[in-house]
Write a protein that binds this ligand. Sequence first.
Ligand code: SF4
Length: 236
Amino acid sequence: MPEPVPSPPTSLVRRARKIDRVLAETYPDARCELDFRTPFELLVVTVLSAQTTDRRVNAISPELFAAYPDAVAMAGAPREDVERIIQPTGFFRAKTDSVLKLSAALVERYDGEVPGRLEDLVTLPGVGRKTANVVLGNAFGVPGITVDTHFGRLVRRFGWTEETDPVKVEHAVGALFPTRDWTMLSHHLIWHGRRMCHARNPACGACPVARWCPAFGEGPTDPAKAAKLVKTEGRA
Ligand code: SF4
């Protein structure tokens, strides 16, 4: 069981929700940038998205799922064929291993279906809490906070938490928002991190939440300089 998180100060809650509202207006299309049609596809593409771009994963996923549309088909796939298809996503041997083991575990333990509970998902080979929350939030409609590198960086810049452990970050930030907002909050922060609030050189001078951000000034504050740092596309 996670340690109970003390109630955050009201001023912090208000500021956090204001930032999320402005980000929601800034990124009305925010969503999972990986293409998928089923929970199984989302689970697989999330595993494949490690250390690469969503665009690369989206480029290979139609061929992968045309050949192996579900866990039963994928569990029986020839390793060399899966390796060939997913090679452009990098680390293809390890990723093939994960996808085959994951599919076999789904067939053996869940009749080939992806379970809709965090505690079950994290028992699957290669599935951590981050992947599980992506699947729950986007394929099952179960609110989840996805603490990836962008999310962690932004919440620390916003001063919402000083934690670095992803589970502690999840609980600290979760306490600031109603549960129903968790999935979209994750998308808003990840989109902002990919487009504007970069790890190095954040576009502070162009940032719509600058006035509520204690880290304003970490990147150029000059609007013209900052505008050049804004990416119109994210990771996709
Ligand atoms: S003001 Fe700068 S550091 Fe703060 S959120 Fe905006 S881009 Fe990121």
